[in-house]
Design a protein around this ligand. Structure first.
Ligand code: C2O
Ligand code: CU
Ligand code: CU
Length: 458
């Protein structure tokens, strides 16, 4: 049977392939990074990387304020390190090779232990051999639930990502030099949870929490929902406390690599009716990436029944006292090869922050881009002087976009700012988590060819 004809059964199975409860510190099973095979299209694709031999990386679940233990074992022949994107956890658990830990060698284990301070939709991916391991599959969703149940009937997690396959459904090279120097190299097969337009059943008239995560290495997804009543309730993990316009076919929502959006969806009342997560891909008609199908007797819930999600405990910056730091993202005149030690290199630099390309994960003597003082407020001015878009991601801290030279920005809390062509954005934050925090573009080819640095909080 072809994947595109394959309908998944119950909603319980759907968002939760291989899910384990990792809340109990004592009973945490090992997460084993290993090679995998999966039928992404028509034939079995081999040489994938996942946490099991024949399935996508599972949704990992934790609870706000509760300790988690995630023992990561490396059973590949390459080095690795696991990063928990968006979580404000201690620096030593952040998973950045040479900056916060040594790379995890073949057969080695690293015990990640932390207590997530924030609820919301997060994700995980390697930060060493990043290009290869992510492109070949190792990008998973992490759900941190609120201390109190917000009252949905069901949940649906959608992990959007592309794969770059040849005619035999085997991997093409994950990047090209041409792509790395421009917008990045795009995949040619778009998937949701590694499937081609999966259909997930949810109860008719029920309230679904739809968590959409773009874990692709390159693509900025342009999304909207069709059918059903919906509302955006969280962005990049954090509840939104402003009314955001609903994306539409004409005015879709831009979700860059690394970014997440949570929708509240009221399912249609009629059996078999669909709510589609629709993407606009260049040169193609709109296409559903995943479909929610109404099943069973109508429970007739209403979006109005949902209380707003409780805010996460993020400190708000004091703009009257905030010091300004400037960052320029652009090309680099120098084309040297970064020294990434055991963590893989694309072989050249094209990109830079403040005109300096990242010397490499393992390079000695590269200082921080900025040193921030614990507890103080800062404004960071991010200037994109290139024609390409860059999802700029900061580890360990959460920030608020203040203003842009091109558009009105809602005051959301986020860890990843998508910079448009020639855009200058100011963001504000409180430096309240000590350590060296990676700061880079989440188009992995840009990250790996110079558009990386780190910010130190002392
Ligand atoms: Cu999601 Cu440094 O990355
Ligand atoms: Cu991150
Ligand atoms: Cu970039």
């Amino acid at each position: 049977m072809k994947r595109r004809e394959f309908l998944l059964g119950s909603s319980a199975a759907a968002g939760a392939i291989g899910v384990g409860g990792f809340g109990l510190a004592s009973a945490a099973p090992e997460l084993v990074i290993q090679s995998a095979s999966f039928t992404l299209r028509d034939q079995v694709t081999t040489g994938m990387v996942s946490l099991s031999s024949d399935a996508p990386p599972p949704v990992l679940r934790g609870r706000q304020g509760e300790a988690m233990r995630l023992p990561v074992r490396n059973s590949t022949l390459d080095y690795t390190a696991m990063h928990w994107h968006g979580l404000r956890i201690p620096n030593a658990m952040d998973g950045v090779p040479y900056l916060t830990q040594m790379p995890i060698g073949p057969n080695e284990l690293f015990d990640y232990e932390f207590t997530p301070p924030d609820a919301g939709t997060y994700w995980y991916h390697p930060h060493c051999m990043t290009m290869e391991q992510m492109a070949y599959g190792l990008t998973g969703v992490m759900v941190i639930s609120e201390a109190e149940d917000p009252g949905f009937d069901s949940e649906q997690v959608i992990n959007l990502r592309d794969f770059r396959l040849d005619d035999e459904d085997q991997f093409l090279p994950a990047y090209t030099q041409r792509g790395a120097a421009r917008a990045g190299t795009f995949g040619n097969l778009q998937t949701a949870n590694w499937l081609d337009t999966p259909v997930y059943d949810h109860v008719s008239g029920g309230l679904v929490r739809l968590r959409v995560v773009n874990t692709d290495t390159t693509r900025i997804y342009r999304l909207h929902l069709a059918g059903g009543k919906t509302r955006i309730i969280a962005w990049d993990g954090h509840p939104v406390d402003v009314e955001l316009p609903l994306p539409s076919a004409e005015d879709p929502l831009l979700v860059g690599p690394g970014q997440r959006v949570d929708f509240a969806v009221a399912m249609p009342s009629g059996k078999g009716q669909m709510v589609d997560l629709v993407a606009k891909l260049p040169g193609q008609p709109h296409r559903p990436m995943a479909r929610l199908r109404a099943v069973g007797a109508d429970v007739a819930r209403d979006l109005q029944e949902l209380k707003p999600l409780p805010p996460n405990p993020v400190a708000r910056p004091d703009l009257t006292k905030a010091e300004l730091h400037e960052f320029v993202f652009g090309w680099t005149p120098e084309g040297g090869e970064p020294n990434n030690g055991f963590c893989g290199s694309l072989g050249y630099n094209f990109w830079s922050i403040n005109r300096t390309p990242w010397a490499g994960d393992a390079a000695e003597g590269g200082g921080p881009l900025a040193v921030l003082e614990m507890g103080k407020s800062y404004v960071l001015r991010l200037r994109n002087e290139s024609p390409n878009l860059h999802p700029i991601h900061l580890h360990g801290l959460v920030f608020t976009p203040l203003k842009s030279n091109l558009r009105k920005l809602p005051p959301l809390l986020t860890d990843t700012m998508l910079l448009l062509k020639d855009e200058v954005v100011e963001i504000a934050l409180v430096a309240d988590n000590p350590g060296d925090w990676a700061f880079h573009c989440h188009v992995i080819e840009h990250q790996k060819t110079g558009l990386t640095g780190y910010i130190r909080v002392v």
